[in-house]
Write a protein that binds this ligand. Structure first.
Ligand SMILES: Cc1cc2nc3c(=O)[nH]c(=O)nc-3n(C[C@H](O)[C@H](O)[C@H](O)COP(=O)(O)O)c2cc1C
Ligand code: SF4
Length: 473
């Protein structure tokens, strides 16, 4: 497997793509200024979004334990504002109530914290205006979530899972014990009220939209695979999407005028684990069909878009216009977040990361081709590194997505977007190397951040701790 860092010319990149056997669109030359397809505004209903870059939601495990943002959270949002992206797709996952936090330091939107979150949004918008003149064409959303199976609201070492069904492979890995209760339908109805209340607060805080998170193994995503759950919220696709439909109905009634978006994992695979050689390998599953992968073809490693397309039909019926396509979960991170180096406690990628990037791009393109009425944000581009602009430009000019979502790259080099659009030479030393430090740190109880390239984090004490952990590896 080649490291993309070493690829210095477009000819070499072309060879690498061909040798990898993937279908990846890219332009040999990148345009800038108004001629760039990436600079083209996008009309979304009655709003205009100023360009084709979106910042993907990224939490920092750095809020106060009462859910308020801290200086670190504000810094991240401020940097999103100065990136030049005109769509902020959710900022980061904000829990709608305390038991739904993935860590004791997750942002949480409640009556007591909404004022601070409003100020943080304002800081992002002001920063954007200072750098780019106007925020009239900037759209800012807030991602709402409950962490479900991966909830750890009190202690990172102490999982407190909230589940919708028993999963034969994930129960053990997510700390589910004999005492863990499966959420009842009544409890789900109360959680829906919490989502609606959170959306009302987000509207009051000035957000243009909320993203009702349905990805990465968190609770919203678990509904989509609750095929064996009895009752109103499991079994048929209609039942598995009732959670979303009831949240949307509540938001329409109680926060009229607030737009709704959905980020969802359009496909999923079996959970992976570290194999004997450190590379990821799929967990063994003895059943004939693996039914717990939404968007999966039943064998645990293939894709079937029949249900994701039906899900998009539902979004259209619900008058939802904006979607962000992602995949998988933390249990198969290489399909969600293609990387070259694994986080310390993860596994080495079982495939060339370019395959993961290409898979996300082609699934997004296929969904957009089949349901062109929606606006699509794509994910998983950071592994492309210095070749990201070439691929991003082609994807947008061919209509394979409407927005290029920026994840890890926006943590280490947020203004890569402004640099690309202005045609400035990229700051090579700031480009994300997908080293995994921003994920390793929170898994070991530290705040997230780009410890590899951002001096702000390299000067913090956690940086030394991270080095120590790596030495002991
Ligand atoms: C530090 C970190 C925090 C993240 N937090 C969130 C989150 O709060 N919500 C979410 O939907 N995805 C989250 N993600 C996933 C990213 O939004 C994105 O899908 C992923 O990193 C792949 O995109 P990339 O290749 O540009 O990094 C996070 C990723 C990272 C690295
Ligand atoms: S720590 Fe920095 S360079 Fe490493 S993956 Fe995260 S953002 Fe990229």
């Amino acid at each position: 497997m080649r490291n993309i860092v070493a690829i210095k010319s477009i000819d070499d990149f072309t060879r690498y793509v061909n040798q990898s056997g993937v279908s990846l669109p890219f332009d040999e030359e990148v345009k800038s200024g108004p001629d760039s397809p990436l600079a083209r505004p996008y009309a979304l209903a009655d709003r205009v979004i100023g360009n084709r870059f979106a910042i993907l939601p990224m939490e920092g495990w750095d809020s106060a334990t009462d859910g308020r943002p801290t200086e670190l959270t504000r810094r991240r949002w401020q940097r999103f504002g100065l990136s030049g992206a005109k769509l902020i797709f959710g900022g980061e996952a904000a829990a709608v109530r305390p038991d739904g936090r993935g860590s004791p330091n997750q942002l949480m939107i409640r009556e007591e914290t909404a004022g601070d979150i409003a100020e943080m949004r304002e800081l992002l918008v002001r920063t954007h205006e200072e750098h780019f003149g106007s925020s009239d064409d900037l759209l800012v959303g807030l991602q709402l979530t409950h962490s479900g199976r991966v909830s750890k609201p009190h202690d990172m070492k102490h999982p407190e899972p909230v589940i919708l069904y028993h999963h034969p492979l994930l129960d053990r890995r997510s700390g589910v014990t004999g005492d863990t209760l499966v959420m009842t339908d009544d409890e789900i109805a109360r959680l829906i009220e919490d989502f609606v209340k959170a959306a009302r607060l987000a509207q009051r805080a000035g957000f243009d939209f909320v993203d009702v998170k349905h990805c990465h193994g968190y609770l919203g995503h678990e509904f989509l695979s609750a095929v064996e759950r009895p009752g109103r919220y499991g079994g048929s696709l209609e039942n598995r999407t009732r959670f979303l439909r009831e949240i949307v109905a509540g938001i329409r009634a109680e926060a009229p005028g607030l737009d709704i978006a959905v980020r969802f994992s359009a496909f999923d695979f079996l959970p992976f684990q570290r194999g004997a050689d450190g590379r990821g390998e799929p967990s063994e599953f003895s059943g004939e069909r693996y039914p717990y992968a939404f968007g999966g073809d039943g064998n645990g490693l293939g894709i079937d878009l029949t249900e994701p397309l039906a899900f998009l039909d539902l979004l259209l019926e619900l008058d939802i216009k904006l979607v962000c396509i992602s995949a998988g979960s933390a249990y198969n991170a290489h399909i969600l977040r293609p990387y070259f180096s694994s986080p310390l406690d993860g596994y080495r990628p079982p495939e060339d990361p370019l395959i993961g990037v290409s898979r996300l791009i082609s699934v997004t393109a296929e969904l957009k081709r089949r349901r062109p009425e929606l606006a699509y944000v794509g994910s998983g581009y950071s592994y492309l590194q210095q070749w990201l602009p070439n691929v991003a430009q082609k994807v947008i000019s061919c209509g394979m997505a409407d927005f290029v979502g920026m994840g890890r790259m926006a943590l280490c080099y947020p203004d890569i977007i402004a640099d690309m659009l202005a045609g400035r030479t990229l700051k090579y030393q700031m480009i994300c190397r997908t080293c995994g430090d921003c994920i390793t740190a929170p898994r070991h109880g530290m705040v997230s951040g780009c410890y590899a390239l951002d001096d702000f984090y390299r000067n913090r004490s956690e940086f030394q701790k991270l080095r120590e952990l790596k030495r002991k590896r």
